[in-house]
Design a protein around this ligand. Sequence first.
Ligand code: ARG
Length: 650
Amino acid sequence: MNLKLLFFCLFLAVLLVPAELKRKKHKHHDPGHEGHGPGHKHGKHGKVKVEDILKDLFFEIVEGAWDDDDDDDDDHTNADWVFELQEPDGQCDPNPCLNNGVCEPKGKRKFKCDCPKPFKGKKCQRGPKPCRRGRCGRGECVLTSTPPFYECKCKEPFQPPRCTHLALCEPNPCRNGGQCIKDGTDFDCLCPTGYSGRFCHVGPNDCYVGDGESYRGNVSETDDGNECLYWNSHFILENGADPFNSFEDSDGLGPHNFCRNPDGDQMPWCFFRRGRRLSWDHCDVTECLQPTGVVPMEIVPTDANPTALPSRPTTSEPTATPKPTASKPSTTGTPSQAPQPSPTPTDSPTTASVPQPSPTPTDGPTTASVPQPSPTPTDGPPTASVPPQQFATCGQPQPKKNNARIFGGLKVPPGAAPWQVSLQVRPKNSNQAFRHTCGGVLIESCWVLTAGHCTEQMKDMQVVLGGLSLDLEEPTEQTIQVEEAIVHENYRETPSAVYNDIALLRLKGTDGVCAKETQFVKTACLPDAQLPDGMECTISGWGATEDSQHGSNHLLEANVMLISQEKCSEPEVYGRVLDNSMFCAGHLMGGVDSCQGDSGGPLTCDQNNAKVIYGVVSWGDQCGRKNKPGVYTRVTHFLDWIKSKTQAAS
Ligand code: ARG
């Protein structure tokens, strides 16, 4: 932990270059008029060469990966330290033991979990690891619900069961009568008319209607030719996403890697692997142009390896049938009855296995003072002059669909964090473009809360509200100049911490109206009580991610847990540098955190059915490191200050 980090934040913020955001093309195709031309055609999509597979470290063959012991002591994913860090003082009620562990109280504040076999760990959080590294050789390990709880999906031309040996065109990997043509160490499928895809597995009439929610076709490649991961891939779970549990409509999901739209996106998409990272993208799938009433041909894969592909979509998942009026896509197509793999028992950090620490009150007036949902933001004059219908409630986001796709952070859907602000700067009185430097939180029409270290008196500042993408001008956005930045009088930086890291930005407006309330722009409520340690809260921002140190173009959010002051002040965490103006929040996985560029942004928690701004992203020792959670300005500590400033100024 050092101040260098802070400077680094600012430096990075200046450098933030919005990456190019790919605009998705919507391809149309008329299922009745397949444009593939007569005769055979090579399956052109996403050709993977044997050489590429051999070079891919992910498919490294690990000696001994097939030994059947289940010694998981090398597993740090659910290591005990995170539990200790957030240990809710040890009571057995509610039961802190996972996977049916039996809790025994030990002394006043401790407990012990008696874990049923094969679970281990302080809270029985560690289970068997069927998909340990190297288990599937040159293949993807997917989880199944029956012993041995995994299966290897070999990368062609590597062969089951272990995907270690290679056989070209034998058996024929090309489906639907496709012809396998050897080409050195590679192969190519020559597909019959109308069929496409690397294995000729995409049939004629394979297209989606509407937003593709009903799509049950066979496309399994992204727009850029990346091969989709199986929905029950261990890799997806290992990276914090859990398709079967987190999406609204998991109907179309199954033990396959076909593109689907289970979460209300605009078209089918899938997860894919980029190096060691989990990513997702829309698919290379065509939109049905004209409802033709033609019933699409069922695709019969020549399944060379039925054991490796236990449930082909042919029987359970016919291609979506475009109906004459495709107004309700969810009723078209037949929902798959493909069995849902049970991701447990595994070592996977599924949502189901993430323990909910039992809330324990901290040093504040906790349980007694349950806050009111604050129907009116504050009692200050600025609010009084705002038309009554404006910002009459706070902390009420748009109901959202789960969109859990990004490791460590989720893409925020429109209106889900309507108080999120992008604080942007440019040299004073210049006409350069404004650049995102920090986050902020709208608490009143004319007031934004941010971190003290985010304000730059020598710069012009503006805030952008209601936007999700930094490099697009969105119709939902409101851009407002900052009239004045008020930094806390006791703001102080030392080499090891930032104290009283809070500031208020007064926005330019007329008659007390600055931001206008819309579906996408709303205020967060102020908290009026401490919240219990272990509570799960949400952070959001455009800051650095695992993938991009320059930050994310799209607003991301993640859940973190409130960590007690006592735990966070332990020597191996932040020691004695913390004071009451800040608190720590982190994640059981240790990997989820705020980062450079998120500063000033919100940590919101639920209080009485509203979202309250409980913390402001402030500092941390790098990002997502073990024992180094994010540190947030403790908003409850500054309530009087906030009220005095917002009221005095109006
Ligand atoms: N100081 C950073 C900023 O200005 C925020 C760092 C947060 N770090 C963390 N590990 N949570 O954006």
